[in-house]
Design a binder for this molecule. Structure first.
Ligand code: VG1
Ligand code: CO
Length: 543
């Protein structure tokens, strides 16, 4: 099999964001676009000659074609073994696990996560390294620089690879191995959690629903929740992965997981509900009539980790992304373990995990996970909660309310403003950054501002510094507003405003967070001049 060198011209827009490169499908479909990006990863991020790589995706439109292109570029660049999930599917956490167990040099995950799919939707690629975690900021910057000057890519006549049959095929020096995407991941979950206890829970009549949102976790949930744990098959909603996710956003939040929400808020709701996103790394946990705030979920998991078989020994430490509520900080202080604050994006947790400094970490965007992989993990979080319910015999609301009574509550909500003109978003943030130093000591809507800064992170393991990671404004009463721009969109700009208010035990403890944070929402609009600069009178979405 001969390798061909194809000359190409750079595309100017291949700058990766918070988690890989995301663009409209039509952008990825341009001749040479995908090839250029893949070749740039090879040239800038890793010499994969003779190496093993893992590949798979969330099943979205263009997934199958992209895998064939990936196989040709891998062969052209001397990759020795390509491990692909059957039908081209691999959830992000399952891919992370495979990279680690198979000692692969890295992985290429074909996903735009929770972004919509289909021919008019989004496509994306996450790049993972040998540790199983996402490539660092500096590595992705090097990939981007390479895309700006690329002049050739290497390819070889491979395939088409039959993605549906497990087993090995040889294409010249390249071996393609198609694996069951679920098996090794399911075995890992069995090692971490008390499957017998969860099975007894369901056998005893405990009711639940899981919404796979027509995305990648359908086959995982069918195998783990249904076959191994006894959840009735029809309690898994939207279980079949579809290229357009059935027309919805595969985003596990109360707005987009509408099917699940209608069951959970209807008459006689199940005792437990959960959903995951497109690539299976996010989770939403619900009890009857309540959504567990992701920051609370992380705090509860930290407080109760030793109830779970895989975490009996206790936790070395925990971490949260900066905008995530500081609920977990209270628990870490009580347990006397370190709590790290990192920029948004899972990759910042990976050094801390590799270095053994933390065992649990999470983000406000419905992401939590542990040292078992180097990605966030949706089904893992669902199993963690089911295991907690099985050992304590308590319901979701009972667990949450007991936690609040013990540690107090950090009521958290997020507002997203979609700004069609990306330049306006950049300008708004630049103005905020410029004004932080003059804010301290002033008042906003009568509230004294105690601290205001632009978050910068110095990685304690490798010393790398990441600047411009969001603007923080903290008030005298410890309430906090965080502003940042999304790095995962494919059009315009999305301003994210994170609101957090501390509530101690008392009559306000169980009020809805959006209601508790209404005054902060007003303050945020005025601090950032949202109305004047964007013309938007209310958020596009509130989570
Ligand atoms: C969002 C979330 C962030 C998450 C990232 C990737 O990024 O805020 O917490 O790590 O998505 O998640 P941004 O830059 O849009 O705020 V996933 O499930 O899309 O890979
Ligand atoms: Co995701």
């Amino acid at each position: 099999m001969s390798t061909e060198t194809v000359s190409t011209r750079p595309f100017p827009d291949q700058k990766p964001g918070t988690a890989g490169l995301r663009k409209k499908v039509v952008v990825f479909q341009q001749p040479g676009y995908l090839e250029n990006f893949l070749q740039s990863i090879v040239d800038a991020a890793g010499n994969y000659r003779g190496a093993t790589l893992v590949a798979g995706g969330d099943g979205r439109y263009f997934n199958d074609q992209a895998i064939q292109t990936l196989a040709r570029i891998a062969a052209g660049n001397g990759v020795e073994r390509l491990i692909i999930g059957r039908s081209g599917l691999l959830s992000t956490p399952a891919a992370s696990h495979l990279i680690r167990t198979r000692r692969a040099a890295g992985g290429l995950l074909l996903t735009a996560s929770h972004n919509p799919g289909g021919p008019d939707g989004d496509f994306g690629i996450k790049v993972n390294t040998a540790s199983g975690g996402q490539a660092s900021e500096s590595m992705m910057e090097a990939v981007y620089r390479h895309t700006r000057s690329i002049s050739r890519y290497l390819t070889a006549a491979v395939g088409p690879v039959d993605l549906d049959r497990t087993g090995e095929s040889r294409y010249g020096p390249l071996t393609v191995e198609i694996v069951d995407p679920v098996a090794e991941y399911a075995a890992l979950m069995e090692r971490l959690f008390d499957f017998g206890g969860i099975r007894s829970l369901f056998a005893g009549g405990f009711t639940a629903r899981y919404d796979a949102m027509h995305a990648v976790t359908g086959p995982y949930a069918s195998e783990i929740l249904h076959r191994r744990l006894g959840l009735p098959a029809d309690w898994i909603l939207n279980a079949v992965p579809l290229p357009d996710f059935g027309g919805g956003h595969p985003d596990p939040n109360p707005v987009d997981a509408a099917d699940l929400m209608s069951v959970m808020t209807g008459d006689d709701p199940p005792r437990f509900g959960a959903a995951s996103d497109g690539d299976g790394d996010r989770n939403m946990i619900l009890g009857p009539g309540m959504v567990v705030s992701p920051g609370d979920s992380l705090a509860v998991m930290t407080a109760m980790a030793t109830e779970i078989p895989g975490y009996r020994k206790g936790l070395a430490g925990v971490a949260r992304s900066m905008p995530t509520s500081r609920a977990v900080d209270r628990v870490a202080a009580a347990l006397d373990i370190p709590c790290y604050e990192t920029p948004t994006g899972w990759r910042f947790f990976c050094n801390l995990l590799d270095d053994g400094r933390i065992d649990l970490c999470g983000e406000e965007s419905f992401g939590t996970s542990s040292s078992h992989v180097r990605e966030k993990d949706g089904l893992w979080a669902v199993l963690f909660w089911l295991n907690l319910i099985a050992v304590t015999g308590k319901s979701v609301p009972e667990i949450i309310q007991a936690h609040w009574r013990r540690f107090g509550r950090n009521a958290f909500s997020r507002e997203d403003y979609f700004i069609a003109d990306a330049g306006i978003g950049d300008d708004l943030l630049a103005r905020l950054e410029a004004s932080v130093s003059t804010m301290i000591g002033t008042r906003c809507d009568g509230r004294p501002i105690r601290q205001a800064d632009v978050f910068e992170y110095e990685d304690p393991v490798d010393g790398s510094v990441s600047g411009h990671q969001g603007v923080r404004v903290v008030f005298e009463d410890d309430s906090r507003i965080v502003f940042r721009l999304s790095g995962t969109g494919t059009a315009g700009a999305t301003l994210r405003i994170y609101l957090e208010r501390r509530i101690e035990d008392g009559p306000l403890l169980c009020r809805p967070a959006v209601e508790l944070n209404a005054p902060l929402s007003q303050a945020a609009r005025s601090i950032a001049s949202v109305g004047d600069l964007t013309g938007l009178s209310s958020p596009t979405a509130t989570v």
